[in-house]
Design a binder for this molecule. Structure first.
Ligand SMILES: Cc1cc2nc3c(=O)[nH]c(=O)nc-3n(C[C@H](O)[C@H](O)[C@H](O)COP(=O)(O)O)c2cc1C
Length: 193
């Protein structure tokens, strides 16, 4: 499968960067065609300008500034997100990627007020996340990033596509053992993706 791996962490030596590399390597080892998209390293601009907002509903003009990212999304058959959770949401970099790339004519069509999802070619989704909070505290906060993956992204891709959510919670109290155990779990999942 052609798999687009989307990653948002600015620090090269971070746990998340290690997860990103592990995900890409494990998928490649399993024979997949991996498109590794490291948003910070690629210098993606996540800021929606006044111009971008004005043309948000004007397809294909709205895709012109982010065309390579639109092409990569369209070429993908599966998606894997690798990201930390910041303020119980995605880092602004990843949020901006969704805002600017998953635009009208790309992730949905809108005709006479009727919205139709258009990423039905995506057959599988996974998310690999890390939280400072415990699972309990994240649940108490409503765990918005988990809901976005399970409810929003799921609704946009192929109907019935499997969606796998993996998280290392409680990073504030993590140890080399908890990190290694999580990486092993991710490695196995990705090698059998
Ligand atoms: C700006 C910022 C905001 C954060 N907000 C949250 C949060 O709302 N909930 C949470 O569980 N962890 C939060 N964290 C903790 C990160 O999720 C945690 O540091 C990260 O998952 C650890 O992975 P890393 O070492 O790869 O950065 C935040 C961290 C930063 C830097």
């Amino acid at each position: 499968m052609r798999i687009l791996v989307i990653h948002s962490h600015p620090v090269e030596e971070s746990f998340n960067k290690a997860l990103f590399k592990l995900v890409c390597d494990s998928l490649a080892k399993a024979g997949h065609d991996v498109d590794a998209c490291d948003l910070y390293a690629e210098g993606f601009d996540p800021v929606m300008s006044a111009h971008d907002r004005r043309i948000y509903h004007s397809y294909p003009e709205n895709t012109e500034l982010v065309k390579p990212y639109v092409d990569r999304l369209r070429a993908a058959e599966a998606l894997v997100f690798v990201t930390p959770v910041w303020n119980f949401g995605f880092p602004a970099m990843l949020k901006g990627y969704f805002d600017r790339v998953w635009t009208m004519g790309v992730s949905f069509d809108l005709e006479d007020g009727k919205l139709t999802p258009t990423l039905r070619h995506i057959r599988k989704v996974a998310a690999v996340m890390s939280y400072g909070a415990t699972r309990w505290r994240a649940t108490l906060a409503g765990n918005p990033p988990k809901k976005v993956i399970h409810r929003v992204i799921r609704g946009q891709v192929k109907i019935g596509a499997p969606v796998r959510f993996m998280a290392h919670y409680d990073m504030n109290n993590c140890t080399p053992e908890t990190r290694a155990a999580f990486m092993e779990k991710v490695r196995k999942e990705m090698e059998n993706f």
